[in-house]
Design a protein around this ligand. Structure first.
Ligand code: XIL
Length: 398
C-alpha cells in the first residue's frame, strides 16, 4: 500500500479523537528558558491506541530527564487522525520535513507559501511541542528561480548574498520566538578522508566559506533566543574513519573561538544495518559538548534491505534485530551526554519514510510499520527511556 493510499485509510475520525491534557510531562517540568519558547502553558495530548497511554509515551518518559523526543512531520498528513494522534501523543518536539526549506517557502521570487510551516507550528503550540526549524542554508531544495538565476548570471555573487540575508531575516523573523532550535547550516562537509568544507557546494563555490558563520550571525540577529545548530550526517563515526567528525569538530572549535553564534551541533543519525553501529558515537557527541555546544540527534532512522517499498519486509530476517539495536544504541549515546537535549526521528511510520524513494531497495527505517503499528524499535526506545529516568543524567539546558 503506498503512502497516499495508506493515508486515505482511517481519515474519518479526526473529529472524534479526544485530546486530553496529560499531567505527567507537565509535572516533570523543564529547567530551560529558551527551550520553552512557544510552548509555555500548552498541554501535551494523550491517546490510547499506539504504544500505550500517557505515562509510557516516549515524550513522557523522556521528560523525566528533561530530554525532548522529536519527529519530522509532513504537515499535510495531520489530516490523517491516526497520524496526528501518534504525533501528539509520543513526541515533544517537531521538525517540518520539507516545509521550511527555501524551495517550499518561496517557490517563485517574492511569492511565499507558509501554509505547511504555519500549520505545523500551530499544531505544536496546541500540543505542548517545541519546534526545530529546518533548514536555512543548504545546497538542496533551493528554488529554481535562485539556482537558474545564478547559473545564467542574472543573479550575481553580491545579489546572492543579499538574497540569502533577506531569506534568513524573513523566515527566522516570521517564526521569531516560536522556534527552539534552528538548523542554520546543513551538510557542508565532504564524505572523504580527510574531510573538510566542500569547495564545490553551491554556497561555498559562489560565496566562499565565510558565508556559513555569516548565516549564523544573521539568524542570531533575527531571533536572539533561538538555539542555532550546525547539522550534518555521518559526524559521529558513521563513516568508519571518524574523518568527517574530526573535520566538523575542528571547524566548530574554530567558529566558537571566533565568537560565531553557533549553539549546537546536530548529528542527523541516518544509519543503515549493513554498516553496523558506529563505535565512537558517544565520544564524538561528548567532544562536541566539551566545546560548550548543545548536541542533538536530529534525523534518526535505520534503514535495511526490504522486499519492496509498500510492504517493507526486511529481506534478511536478522535485520529485525539489528534495527531496534541500532536505535537503542543511538539513544544510549545521546543519553550518556547531558548536553544532548533532543532525540528526533526522521518521521515515525515506514509509509512516510524518505528512505524507499532515496535508497534503492531499502526501507523499514522508522519505529512504526507501514500500518502505523509500533515496531520493536519503538518498544526498545520506550524501555531505554524508562530505565534512563532512574539512571541517566538530566539534560543540561543552560
Ligand atoms: C529529505 C525529506 O525527508 C524528503 O521528503 C525530501 O524529498 C528530501 O529531503 N537530510 C536532511 C533532510 O537534512 O532535509 C532530508 O530530508 C534528508 C537528509
Amino acid at each position: 500500500m503506498d503512502r497516499r493510499r495508506f493515508l486515505a485509510v482511517g481519515a474519518s475520525t479526526l473529529a472524534t479523537t479526544a485530546l486530553v491534557p496529560a499531567t505527567a510531562e507537565a509535572a516533570a517540568g523543564t529547567d530551560t528558558a529558551s527551550a520553552d519558547a512557544g510552548a509555555a502553558g500548552a498541554s501535551p495530548a494523550t491517546a490510547a491506541s499506539t504504544g500505550g497511554g500517557t505515562d509510557d509515551a516516549l515524550r513522557t518518559l523522556a521528560s523525566r530527564i528533561n530530554l525532548r523526543i522529536g519527529t519530522a512531520v509532513i504537515p499535510f498528513d495531520l489530516d490523517t487522525p491516526d497520524y496526528a494522534q501518534v504525533m501528539a501523543e509520543q513526541f515533544s518536539v517537531v521538525t517540518p520535513g520539507n516545509e521550511m526549506k527555501w524551495g517550499v517557502v518561496e517557490p517563485e521570487q517574492d511569492v511565499f507559501d507558509w501554509s505547511g510551516a504555519d500549520r505545523l507550528v500551530a499544531f505544536a503550540a496546541q500540543h505542548g511541542q517545541l519546534v526545530r526549524g529546518h533548514t536555512l542554508l543548504w545546497h538542496n531544495q533551493l528554488p529554481t528561480w535562485l539556482t537558474d538565476g545564478v547559473a545564467d548570471g542574472t543573479i550575481t555573487g553580491g545579489q546572492l548574498a543579499d538574497l540569502l540575508k533577506a531569506h534568513i531575516f524573513t523566515e527566522v523573523g516570521r517564526f521569531r520566538g516560536r522556534i527552539w532550535q534552528w538548523d542554520v547550516a546543513n551538510e557542508f562537509f565532504q564524505d572523504a578522508n580527510p574531510s573538510g568544507i566542500n569547495p564545490n557546494d553551491f554556497w561555498i563555490s559562489h560565496l566562499g566559506p565565510d558565508i556559513i558563520p555569516q548565516a549564523f550571525r544573521w539568524a542570531h540577529q533575527a531571533d536572539p533566543h533561538a538555539l542555532l545548530f550546525y547539522n550534518d550526517y555521518n559526524i559521529a563515526g558513521e563513516d568508519g574513519t571518524n574523518a568527517k567528525s574530526d573535520a566538523v569538530y575542528a571547524w566548530l572549535k574554530q567558529m566558537r573561538g571566533q565568537g560565531v553564534p553557533i549553539h549546537g551541533v546536530g548529528n542527523q543519525g541516518h544509519l543503515d544495518t549493513q554498516y553496523g553501529f558506529p563505535t565512537q558515537m558517544t565520544q564524538d557527541l561528548q567532544r562536541y559538548a566539551a566545546l560548550g555546544l548543545k548536541v542533538a540527534i536530529t534525523e534518526a532512522d535505520v534503514r535495511t534491505f526490504v522486499d519492496g517499498p509498500d510492504t517493507q519486509v526486511p529481506t534478511d530476517h536478522l535485520a529485525t534485530f539489528a534495527h531496534p539495536y541500532e536505535y537503542s544504541q543511538m539513544l544510549k549515546a545521546a543519553l550518556a551526554v547531558p548536553e544532548c537535549i533532543s532525540f528526533t526521528v526522521w518521521g515515525f511510520g515506514d509509509a512516510d519514510s524518505w528512505v524507499p524513494g532515496t535508497f534503492k531497495g531499502e526501507g523499514y527505517a522508522n519505529i512504526y510499520d507501514v500500518n502505523l503499528q509500533p515496531k520493536a524499535a519503538y518498544f526498545d526506545l520506550q524501555r531505554d527511556l524508562q530505565l534512563a529516568a532512574s539512571g541517566a543524567p538530566r539534560r543540561v539546558h543552560t
